[in-house]
Every structure is written in C-alpha cells, then in structure tokens.
Ligand binder design. Structure first.
Ligand SMILES: Cc1cc2nc3c(=O)[nH]c(=O)nc-3n(C[C@H](O)[C@H](O)[C@H](O)COP(=O)(O)OP(=O)(O)OC[C@H]3O[C@@H](n4cnc5c(N)ncnc54)[C@H](O)[C@@H]3O)c2cc1C
Length: 384
C-alpha cells in the first residue's frame, strides 16, 4: 500500500542517498561494532560530513533546516537495515533538539555546529540507579557556588555514554521541590570530576554503548545551565516536552526493525525445505506470517499519521505513548514468532533473527516502559 506521507522529491532523494550510505558505511562494520560493544567515533564524522546528523538544524549552524520527515526517514532506515544500535539517531533527533529548543544563542553557536558535523557526540542523562520511571525522585544534585555549579551523584544506562562529548544532564537544584526542582546542564567530556564507567554488559543491542556517569564535585560554569539561569528548576518540563519526539523516534526505529524481521523470515521460509516442501508451504507458516503482516500494516498506518501530526507540532502525547507501547510489544511478539519459524537456526548468532530477538527486548523498557506508557494513556482517559 502506498504511504500517506507527503514526501517531496527532495525527501525521496535524501532517502535513497541515506539508504546507500547506511548500506556502505554502517552495515559492513556493524558486526565489528557489536563485538566491540561500541561504534567507531569515525562514523559520526562520516554521517556529519554527508549531512546526515541533526538534519533539522538551522543553516547558520551548518544544518539543512529539514522537517521531521527527514528525521523519520533516518529512524526507519536504521531499523530497516538492522543497524539501530548505531545511536546517531539518538544524538540527532532525541538529544540535539534539547539544544535547539531550549539552548541560549551562545550555547547553540558553541555546540550545534559540532553536533551537525559529527565532532560533538551527544547523550542525555536522566536515569539514576534509584530513579528510572520515577524521575522526580532523582538524587544527583547541582549546587550553585559563585559563577559555577557543583555536580554530585551518578546516572546510569546512558546511551552514547562513552562516546559522548557533551551530555545534557538532569540534576536536582532544589531537592525538596520534587519535579519542580530539576535543572538541565550541559556537561563537556573532559570536565574535572566527570567520569564514566566501562560499557554496561547487556543481553542485546551490543553496538550501542551504554554506561554509567559519575559526578564528583564536578564544577561547571553557570553559563552551562541549558537555556541559561532563567531555566533553573524548569528541567522536568523540558524533559516532558521532548518525550513526544523521543518516543516517536523509538517507535519508528522499532517498527522498521519488526518489518525487517518479517522480510528476513519470508526469505528463510522459502529456502528451508522439510517434509519434501518449502517451510513457506505449511499453512501454519502462512497464517503466522499473514497475521504479522496485518499487524505491521496497521502499525505503519498509525505511525505515518503520527509522523504527520508531530511534523505539524500537534500535541499527540497520548497517541505517541500508544505507539511506543504497542510497537515495542508487537515487535517482541513478531521477532519471537519469526525466530520460531527458523527452528534451531533462529537461536544461532549466524542468523540475524537472533539479534533482532535480543535487541527487541529492551524496546518495551527504555524511553519509558510499556507500563508507564499505559499510565499516561489511562490518565488521559480519566483513569488511575
Ligand atoms: C539500553 C538502555 C539504554 C538507555 N538509555 C538511556 C539514556 O540514554 N538516558 C537515560 O536517562 N536513560 C536511559 N535508559 C534508562 C531507561 O529509560 C530506564 O531503564 C527506564 O525508564 C526504566 O527505569 P528503570 O530501569 O529504573 O526501571 P523501574 O522504573 O525500576 O521499573 C521497574 C518495573 O516497574 C514498572 N513500573 C514503574 N513505574 C510503574 C507504575 N507507576 N505503575 C506500574 N508499573 C510501574 C516498570 O514498568 C518496570 O516493569 C536506558 C536504559 C537501557 C536499558
């Protein structure tokens, strides 16, 4: 079925060129990055040199001023080609927008050109060992001292944690004020008192580096409050405002990954012969894959509608929460059913379906768990 998104000729040319770039520069290296549990820094530079980072950034910062359809194309392509652990899309379309929306002009001038050309890699640090879904209970603090803030505490599960040159960090500036006492800070890589762990070993998504960050009397200039000091204690509002795009990006990547699982399985069942015929010719195979295709088509239609609404800056928090929840759960169901059709081979690393299976597991957890999504949806229905 034809997509309903209003792609222009420019979007289509961009999609084709980006797809070729991913196939040439990312796919062949991906296995190595999975083994190293981190992507090469160099890939960010190559992406930047080719105009594939922060495509939305204004021309005065080196960007192309593109609309959200470009971001959506990038997200889909990472899933479609099975390389979503290269978290350049988090850099560009989850963290970068914090600078764009809330940064002061000085902050934008200082940092955005590096984000666009790939020399400044971004991460966002909210989660703490004792505060994940319940972000308001974070305990890391930032205390003003003259012209500086002194940061203490730790953050965990930070994507791009090792590669990042600049981290948007949420800290408590008024510990008694709950979510009204949180401020966002810009912390640069080599700031004294700022450290990071080795990669946290995970069951999947190995190419994506995930680390703990430590702040031990880490002093940063007051000028590094994101948005300037008028934004002190406004951090939670900023986080909430950016979650719509974060969750939509995650849903887009995940849905494309589930579509990839179906494509790979469709090929496999044609090739695998048993009881004198192709696995594709068993009615069970046909029905399982027909069910998967139906759900993926429904999901695609919903996501396209959301991309359009989000591109128009509409408030679709409820619908995006539905998408984040449903797509993640559906993806897990899809990859489990596809893997089953591979039999023992599906359990072997040699077959990509095994990686799609392990990579899917975290998708109902990060960027807000399925349960938290249901909480948001049910509250809009006057429940809970
Ligand atoms: C690979 C990876 C990358 C990540 N990247 C980042 C990153 O870049 N930056 C960042 O800040 N964080 C990141 N995270 C953290 C992620 O967002 C959190 O793991 C997630 O929000 C859940 O928090 P938690 O792990 O503390 O689980 P908890 O909050 O402890 O949840 C435990 C269980 O309780 C359930 N639960 C929680 N609240 C409710 C409720 N009100 N009602 C019912 N059930 C509930 C949850 O759904 C879950 O099942 C990442 C995590 C992973 C695994």
């Amino acid at each position: 079925m034809e997509r309903s998104l209003p792609y222009t000729q420019e979007h289509l040319m961009f999609k084709e060129a980006y797809s070729k770039f991913v196939a040439k520069e990312i796919v062949p290296n991906y296995e190595k990055w999975e083994e190293n549990c981190i992507v090469d820094r160099e890939i960010f530079k190559k992406l930047g040199d080719n105009g594939y980072l922060c495509t939305w950034a204004d021309e005065k910062y080196g960007g192309a001023g593109g609309d959200f359809l470009y971001s959506a194309i990038i997200a889909e392509e990472m899933g479609r080609q099975g390389v979503r652990g290269c978290f350049s899309w988090l850099h560009s379309d989850i963290v970068g927008p914090y600078l764009d929306s809330f940064g002061t002009e000085e902050q934008k001038e200082k940092y955005l050109p590096g984000c666009v050309d790939g020399t400044t890699i971004l991460a966002v640090a909210m989660t703490e060992p004792g505060a994940g879904s319940d972000l308001a209970s974070m305990r890391a603090t930032a205390v003003k001292d003259g012209d500086e803030y002194v940061l203490n505490g730790s953050k965990t599960f930070i994507s791009n944690g090792i590669l990042a040159d600049l981290v948007v960090v949420a800290m408590k500036t008024d510990p008694k004020a709950g979510n009204k006492g949180i401020t966002l800070f810009l912390v640069e890589r080599d700031t004294p008192g700022f450290g990071r762990s080795k990669q946290i070993p995970k069951v999947g998504l190995h190419a994506q580096d995930t680390a703990e960050l430590f702040f031990d009397n880490c002093r940063i200039p007051a000028a590094n409050v994101l948005g300037g000091e008028k934004m002190v204690n406004q951090g939670f509002k900023c986080l909430m405002q950016k979650l719509q795009q974060e969750r939509l990006m995650v849903a887009l990547v995940n849905h494309a990954s589930a579509e990839r699982a179906l494509d790979l399985t469709l090929q496999y069942v044609q090739e695998r012969k048993l009881f004198g015929k192709a696995l594709a010719q068993f009615q069970n195979t046909a029905f399982v894959l027909a069910e998967i295709a139906t759900k993926l088509q429904l999901g695609r239609t919903f996501l396209d509608a959301l991309v359009l609404q989000h591109a128009k800056h509409a408030d679709v928090v409820k619908e995006v929460s539905m998408a984040k929840y449903w797509v993640g759960e559906n993806e897990n169901e899809v990859v489990a059913k596809c893997l089953q059709l591979y039999g023992g081979y599906g359990f072997c690393k040699e077959y990509e379906i095994s990686r799609l299976f392990t990579d899917a597991r975290v998708q109902t957890i990060y960027a807000g768990t399925s349960e938290v999504m249901k909480l948001i949806i049910s509250r809009t229905m006057g429940l809970g």
